[in-house]
Write a protein that binds this ligand. Structure first.
Ligand code: FPP
Length: 229
């Protein structure tokens, strides 16, 4: 069978905390292992021919976690957006961040902005990081913009009011870490995404495990509500 590659893959990176707990390590060590995995995995995803990759790094609800854990995550964001931008530029991958960045410390927001600016125009693919992101909040903000503008929206014009404006809908949505839910991630955009759930905790979600998701995707028949073959 011809291998069908999704244009846009979205990943809910779950299980860092449990990965650390299993090793009697602090949760922050799990997030660091997650970041390491995320860097290699995103390279692999683009090497497979995927053009858009969205990774869920922090939900609006995650912002209610203890300050110590948030500080560790903010530290990783600072590190990622300062140390990885050069490589992304070389690989012609542009960075885009979606979410309510006002909820982040000023300096984190600044490094994110610089990362986006410096990688602009990278034409091989776009790495979208969802940080302080919540789909319901995103939808409400779009609804309120439409109401304020007195606009009657269509699917297209509504999509253009979301933070994912210009990004094609995900074809394949993967969640690691055993839970079988979407947790407020890309609710509008995932209407027709193929869903793939794995028990692998994110730091253990190897490139080979990702390839299994690609095989499962290639075997799905996408009907978009129509009658099958
Ligand atoms: C969910 O696992 C994961 C997160 C809340 C953070 C994800 C962050 C990274 C992968 C690394 C850093 C990211 C960037 C963009 C540099 P969890 O902590 O909820 O795991 P658990 O369910 O096992 O507790």
């Amino acid at each position: 069978m011809e291998k069908r590659i999704p244009k846009h893959v979205a990943v809910i990176m779950d299980g860092n905390g449990r990965w650390a707990k299993n090793r009697l390590l602090p949760r922050s060590a799990g997030h660091r292992a997650g970041m390491k995995r995320m860097i290699s995995l995103s390279e692999h995803i683009f090497d497979c021919g995927v053009e858009w990759c969205t990774l869920y790094a922090l939900s609006t609800e995650n912002l209610n976690r203890p300050q110590e854990e948030l500080d560790a995550l903010f530290g990783l964001f600072r590190e990622y957006f300062t140390k990885n931008v050069e490589t992304l530029k070389e690989k012609k991958i542009s960075l885009r961040v979606i979410g309510n960045l006002q909820l982040l410390p000023d300096d984190v927001r600044e490094v994110i902005g610089r990362g986006e600016e410096e990688t602009k125009g990278g034409a091989r693919g776009t790495l979208v990081l969802a940080i302080a992101y919540g789909a319901r909040q995103e939808i409400l903000s779009a609804v309120n913009s439409a109401v304020r503008a007195g606009m009657e929206v269509t699917e297209e014009s509504f999509s253009a009011l979301l933070s994912t404006e210009g990004i094609p809908d995900p074809d394949l949505l993967i969640r690691t870490g055993k839970e079988v839910r979407l947790s407020n991630f890309l609710l509008w955009q995932s209407a027709y995404a193929e869903l793939y759930f794995t028990g692998k905790l994110f730091p253990d979600f190897t490139d080979k495990e990702f390839d299994k998701a690609l095989v499962a995707y290639a075997e799905r028949e996408r009907r978009f509500g129509k009658i099958g073959k």
